[in-house]
Ligand binder design. Structure first.
Ligand code: PEP
Length: 247
């Protein structure tokens, strides 16, 4: 049985003044039967982890190196030391803004897992790739290239985030989500065996909002969501969490 996961990605948003949103979420979902996660900018990790109660905290990226002369980078062990238990890796914004390749993402995931974090590896096709009917090829390649060998249901989560649905208000149809999630599940089972393949949680991400969350959570093989814009305010994220609790 996979434990459902509602994950929020604050991206480059959030100051100390916004930490009240976390307290509100923690108060509203203290008895939740699902996992709830917030991934703030690195500057807020430690402060957020002190007040987040039942809500887990994660980073938005980590270095593949353990330490050393890498100005501006943050290692997986540093995230853990600041209170993180998860890290988002290979988000399409990092693949686009920082040229991160599948190999880069795999090395980061390896480092994250070695440090005791759960790696949320993001995959997703562009609009051009979908329109060219290449979606499953692209996702298959990203899965093969971005996920390291030694994974389990505890240290890996896969997030399917169609690039064209992130921050655009365009949501993939339930059929599109179902097709890709079934494909990801089959690929994980083929590579890692049925035990591990069936235990890895699969999140959908891309304009998840309070009014579409319940329908998305009804799709088989959707174990939760990775939420960007709607995770910034407790008033928006809380109904999404509730929809997942009730799914
Ligand atoms: C994301 O940042 O991963 C994301 C899915 O963003 P949004 O929910 O705003 O589309």
């Amino acid at each position: 049985m996979r434990r459902r996961l509602a994950a929020g990605n604050w991206k480059m948003n959030g100051l100390g003044a916004d930490l009240g949103e976390v307290e509100a979420l923690a108060a509203a979902h203290g008895e939740s039967g699902i996992d709830i996660l917030l991934c703030p900018p690195a500057t807020l990790l430690e402060r957020m982890s002190r007040i987040s109660g039942p809500i887990a905290i994660g980073g938005q990226d980590c270095a593949s190196k353990e330490h050393g002369a890498h100005t501006g980078d943050i290692s997986a062990a540093m995230l853990k030391d600041a209170g993180a238990s998860y890290v988002i890796l290979g988000h399409s914004e990092r693949r686009a803004d920082h040229g991160e390749s599948d190999t880069d993402v795999r090395e980061k995931a390896r480092a994250a897992i070695a440090a005791g974090l759960c790696a949320i590896v993001c995959v997703g096709e562009s609009l051009e790739e979908r329109e060219a009917a290449n979606t499953l090829d692209i996702i298959g390649g990203q899965l093969a290239g971005s996920i390291p060998d030694l994974v389990t249901g505890e240290n890996l989560v896969v997030a399917y985030e169609p690039v064209w649905a992130i921050g655009t208000g365009k949501v993939a149809t339930l059929e599109q989500i179902g097709e890709v999630h079934d494909f990801i599940r089959a690929r994980l089972e083929r590579r890692f065996g049925a035990g591990v393949g069936r235990s890895v949680r699969l999140l959908y991400g891309g304009s998840v909002k309070p009014d579409n969350a319940a329908a998305i959570f009804s799709v088989p093989n959707v174990d939760g969501a990775l939420v960007g814009g709607a995770s910034l305010k407790a008033a928006d994220f809380s109904p999404i969490i509730t929809a997942l609790e009730q799914a």
